[in-house]
Design a protein around this ligand. Structure first.
Ligand SMILES: *Cc1c(COP(=O)(O)O)cnc(C)c1O
Length: 378
């Protein structure tokens, strides 16, 4: 009989989610938009400090609307962090634009400002200034935003900040998602909080976020009949799911503390093993530690690779996963330009995401550490 599965990152409900959902049922506010959507947006603003938020059906939808609101059109170029989940880049293609992928730097694993500036200069020299920059805060670790924002301002290119993994992270005290012109959040099932599926676009400009709400509800003009002067989308969050979101916001600070404590636990056990490297927080960087990640250097571990570890964990019914495979190495993006020195590719070769749910218990960690210490101390 095998032991129950330990997941990489599974949903973790608090006590208030069902109360909010029940009230949606009690008032028959299953649809349309309703008080939970308004309440969830207000909660997101209060937590992040953003002035406005539009609750949407997914983080991908938020990225897509963000690009539309930044006027990205067919034939445009958009600079995007290469090492990320494909949803950071796909909406660029939805718009008929071309992603220009930027390598990672080794400190935070996020967009390398030097490669970013090289790419911008090169695009401009070739006659086309990029329309937007999409940095990502991978696994919760903030990107080097001072450098990225400085470059963005120098060349006057707006920043669409993919904070899908970084709700609860801060950069020099400022919440991730509010550093760029627009910020994207995700409440997908594996994220630090979840509405089962969902996302949000946040920002400080009322008109822009209002336009996101308008486009996300089929772009219906003010008229008694159905009248349209824009192409619309069905991207709004439902009132039932927003109820789950309001419940999750109650426990968000606790979830951040739990994920950060996972990181500390792994660090305490594996931190001194030769060939295993963690990602420390640079000064002023505060990560929600959505996932705890390590690099495994086989030259220093006696040939043990991240795959050795992943497969051994899998044998024990424990889920772990390689880092995101960089977009410039994906078959679907093979023809897109890339700027960098190979850092993201190396991270992908050596990187592993360890089980990081906020609902892991001591017995789970005992199982995980038994496997890890057995491989790494042999
Ligand atoms: C999860 C994620 C998204 C997409 O969010 P969905 O809500 O799943 O559409 C976008 N970018 C990154 C970096 C993500 O991790």
């Amino acid at each position: 009989m095998s032991l129950p599965k330990i997941w990489l990152s599974s949903p973790h409900m608090g006590t208030q989610e069902q109360v909010f959902v029940q009230s949606a049922f009690d008032t028959n506010w299953i649809a349309p938009l309703g008080p939970h959507v308004d309440g969830f947006e207000a909660d997101l603003c209060a937590f992040t400090g953003a002035k406005h938020a539009a609750a949407l059906s997914s983080g991908t939808a938020a990225l897509h609307l963000g690009l539309i609101l930044l006027d990205v059109k067919a034939g445009d170029l958009v600079l995007c962090q290469s090492m990320t989940f494909s949803a950071s880049a796909n909406p660029i293609v939805y718009q008929g634009a071309t992603p220009v992928f930027i390598d990672s730097e080794p400190d935070t694993w996020n967009m390398d400002p030097i490669a970013l500036e090289t790419a911008i200069k090169d695009c401009i020299a070739k006659g086309k200034k990029p329309k937007a920059i999409i940095p990502v805060h991978l696994y919760g670790m903030p990107a080097k935003m001072n450098e990225i924002l400085h470059i963005a301002r120098t060349y006057e290119i707006p920043v669409l900040e993919d904070a899908a993994e970084a709700l609860g992270s801060t950069y020099h005290g400022i919440p991730c998602g509010t550093l760029g012109d627009l910020g994207v959040l995700s409440f997908n099932g594996n994220k630090i909080i979840t509405t089962s599926s969902g996302g949000a676009l946040i920002g400080n400009d009322a008109a822009t976020i209002q336009q996101a709400r308008f486009l996300s509800t089929q772009a219906r003009d003010q008229a008694p009949h159905y009248q349209h002067s824009h192409i619309g989308y069905n991207y709004r969050m439902s009132n039932v799911l927003a109820g789950i979101g309001r419940g999750q916001m109650v426990v968000l600070p606790e979830r951040v503390a739990q994920r950060r404590s996972n990181y500390e636990r792994y660090l305490a056990v594996l931190g001194n093993i030769t060939g295993i490297q963690f990602v420390p927080e640079p000064d002023g960087f505060y990560s929600n530690r959505w996932l705890t990640t390590i690099l495994v250097d086989p030259a220093l571990t006696g040939g043990i690779t991240r795959e050795t570890i992943r497969l051994k964990l899998e044998e024990h019914n424990i889920e772990s996963r390689p880092l995101w495979k960089p977009m410039h190495l994906q078959p679907v993006f093979a023809d897109c330009p890339f700027y960098g020195d190979g850092t993201a590719a190396r991270l992908f070769e050596q990187g592993l995401c360890l089980p990081s749910g906020s609902n892991l218990v001591d017995a789970d960690f005992s199982r995980i550490f038994e496997v890890l210490t057995q491989i790494l101390s042999s």
